[in-house]
Design a protein. Structure first.
Length: 143
């Protein structure tokens, strides 16, 4: 593997660990508990959201990035929830008592909360890349 590709994989690993730790911490603060799979899921989502934000750049409106980010998180949460909770029976979360839920794995109120969380993740991806890896400074409009 070429050195440039290894360096890029190293960046992605660092960002995934930071994103996963942040999501795990948010879950601990919000629910008082979490599961190690949420750190993995949070890291993967952080990478996906950062990539989406960079690809869209400043050409996309803020609300578009937020809604797309929320859709990505909701889809990944549904897929993970079906496997982790329904198939493997880990019972990590259950939204059955939350209004507008689907299979107890996703719900409308949390999808709405993912909008600002997505925007924050996109913003953090840009700044972390700048601070840690000396990539170009993200503009405010890139969120």
């Amino acid at each position: 593997m070429r050195t440039g590709r290894m360096a890029e994989l190293g960046k992605e690993l660092v960002l995934a660990v930071i994103g996963g730790a942040a999501y795990y911490g948010i879950e601990l603060a919000w629910r008082g508990r979490s599961h190690w799979t949420m750190a993995v899921l949070g890291g993967a989502l952080f990478l996906l959201l950062g990539d989406m934000g960079r690809r869209l750049g400043s050409s996309a409106h803020l609300w578009v990035k937020g809604i797309l980010g929320a859709a990505i998180i909701t889809q990944v949460e549904l897929s993970a929830g079906i496997w982790l909770n329904l198939v493997w029976g880990l019972d990590i979360w259950d939204y059955s008592r939350v209004p507008c839920n689907l299979l107890g794995q996703i719900c409308l109120p949390y999808t709405v909360l993912w909008v600002p969380l997505s925007l924050f993740a996109i913003w953090m991806d840009g700044w972390l890349r700048h601070w840690l890896f000396r990539e170009p400074c993200p503009l405010r409009s890139s969120v």
